[in-house]
Design a protein around this ligand. Sequence first.
Ligand code: ATP
Ligand code: MG
Length: 180
Amino acid sequence: MHLRTLTLRGFKSFASATTLHFEPGINAVVGPNGSGKSNVVDALSWVMGEQGAKTLRGGNMADVIFAGTSSRPPLGRAEVSLTIDNSDGALPIEYTEVTISRTLFRAGGSEYAINGSSCRLLDVQELLSDTGMGREMHVIVGQGRLDSVLQATPEDRRGFIEEAAGVLKHRRRKDKAVRK
Ligand code: ATP
Ligand code: MG
């Protein structure tokens, strides 16, 4: 499984539709300060269901929508689509290519879709939950976040690894069952 493309439309500084193409292996996004590298990483978290405006470096969720510049008016919606190569079947879905999309409207309301069919946030989370991607993920380490990983307690560090390995879901289920 690997990321194939990421398309941003009205997301943060990407007012016009912009598609990034990824190859298997290591990919690098380079550019001058303020050119939007971190915004690309934010878009990746966002399309996979990130709910925390702070994690996305904003005050509230609408801050992900292109806010306008001196030469360009603000936009009414942000849209991000992520296409994943699933030819190894790592995602539990019968498609060799899977596109996850998320749209947020300034007027309120948001939408998720998997391969063009609208779905719930939960469906996106379930789809990604065994891959080490998605919700509460620790596979994306933001600028300045490295310190908190390095200085984490052994328990926290185990949590990071368990999340990335896809074990945490089972631990949560077990804890819930034991509490009953
Ligand atoms: P650095 O190398 O300093 O880390 P970077 O390439 O990671 O820079 P980003 O943080 O991705 O840069 O981009 C910051 C730019 O994105 C700023 O110019 C900021 O004004 C712009 N930006 C953020 N949110 C929005 C928005 N909603 N609308 C328009 N522009 C935005
Ligand atoms: Mg940055």
